[in-house]
Design a protein around this ligand. Structure first.
Ligand code: AMP
Length: 396
């Protein structure tokens, strides 16, 4: 793997693709700066070597050049986090940017305007990528959030740096964490998949069955499996057209010697709301007009035991409707179980969409080994896909 450590940036200009696609409020203030914080180590390494940084990123989904998507809005936040002045170029290509790059001195940081002001970015346009490539001596990709896209700045650009290209520290850590689960994890390996739909996780399940010893299927997804086996699930969420698939997964897990664990009881509700009446029932006999919105106490205990047995743990997707307080306890309990296992030496990776939100909401971030920064990129990695942003650095 070409990593940042292999390069000395003294008197070099590092062209770094970062993921500064941060959320902003109506006053254009950054509301969550995690992604900027995550790029810090890479930027500091270049500056400490005696190099300079040209940072490029996208922000949001601009249709043209709307000012609310200007990266200029985040300059104060980036300056606060880095503790250095951040220069800003009003365009990511063209004469002004070229001039500013040329004038850049060691120790300085320049942020380019939003890449997605140009449709060529998402189209993966080669000549646009070439124009961008002129801004640096060494190309560093540190944007895991867009690594699954073959965009100009994430993938196509790498061809203009046949030797001088590498992963930033964040992307390197993301790749290593995923590899730890998918390739080199200490056994027993456990994957926990929750969330709403089987259909959105099916490719992951199929890929992961070859890699794990245990698979927990929880949350809304589990009802398709329970109904397919003849259980009564009341009004619980279910994909009837995926029941055959669920049976195939159960069969395939057995053939592959993977222990597949489903919930055995649920907290059922008579309404999808905070004020619903609730009761704990067996998952195979949920009354009509009631729906399972969280896992029950027996399930929590069983899942806890499974988690404690395992040395490598991947978690994607909540075990209940964690956004509603009465139905968040299953997800919280799982977070506690994973935290305990991690404390006892297991490696735990949390990634992909809502589980990251849950982990942050309930304060488990520091108690697991690694929380992935990339939703879609993480999910595609778990599906076994080679991400274009990673392949572009790895392939020479
Ligand atoms: P996903 O994006 O597929 O990971 O799904 C996450 C969503 O699944 C969250 O918004 C949860 O509220 C939802 N979810 C989890 N468990 C259930 C359930 N038992 N019934 C309905 N929705 C659920």
């Amino acid at each position: 793997m070409s990593t940042l450590k292999e390069f000395n940036f003294k008197n070099k200009k590092a062209l770094i693709r970062v993921d500064f696609n941060v959320p902003l409020d109506e006053n254009l203030q950054v509301t969550d700066d995690t992604r900027i914080q995550s790029a810090k180590n890479t930027i500091f390494k270049v500056l400490q070597d005696g190099g300079s940084c040209v940072l490029m990123s996208h922000l949001g989904r601009p249709k043209s050049n709307e000012s609310e998507y200007s990266l200029k809005n985040i300059v104060p936040a980036v300056e606060d986090i880095l503790g250095v002045e951040v220069l800003f170029a009003n365009d990511c290509v063209g004469a002004e940017a070229a001039q500013m790059v040329k004038a850049l001195k060691p120790g300085q940081v320049l942020l380019l305007e939003n890449l997605r002001y140009y449709k060529e970015e998402k189209e993966g346009d080669t000549s646009f990528a070439q124009s961008l490539s002129e801004h640096g001596d060494i190309y560093v990709n540190d944007a895991f959030g867009t690594a699954h896209r073959a965009h100009a700045s994430t993938s196509i650009i790498a061809q203009f740096f046949p030797k001088n290209k590498c992963f930033g520290f964040l992307l390197e850590q993301e790749i290593k964490s995923i590899d730890k689960v998918m390739k080199s994890g200490e056994k027993p390996v456990l994957a926990i998949l929750g969330g709403a739909k089987v259909s959105s996780k099916i490719t992951i399940i199929e890929n992961i069955l070859d890699k794990v010893d245990h698979l927990i299927v929880g949350g809304g997804m589990s009802f398709t499996f329970i109904k397919a086996q003849g259980g009564s699930i009341g009004d619980s969420i279910c994909e009837d057209d995926k029941m055959d698939l669920a049976l195939e997964i159960l069969k395939s897990a057995k053939e592959k010697n993977v222990q597949l664990h489903l919930p055995v009881d649920v907290l059922a509700a008579d309404d999808f709301s905070n004020s619903a009446n609730t009761r704990v029932v067996d998952i195979t006999s949920i009354p009509v007009n009631w729906q399972g919105l969280d896992c029950g106490p027996k399930t929590k205990a069983i899942f806890h035991e499974v988690v404690q047995q395992c040395k490598t743990i991947l978690w994607n997707g909540p075990l209940g409707v964690f956004e509603l307080d009465p139905f968040s306890t299953g997800t919280k309990a799982l977070g506690d179980s994973i935290s305990e296992a991690t404390k006892n030496g297991a490696f735990s990776l949390v990634g992909g969409g809502d589980s990251v939100a849950a982990v942050k909401q309930f304060g488990f971030e520091q108690k697991v080994s690694y929380v992935s920064t990339g939703g879609g990129a993480m999910l595609e990695s778990l599906e076994g896909k080679i991400l274009p942003g990673i392949a572009a650095i790895t392939n020479h």
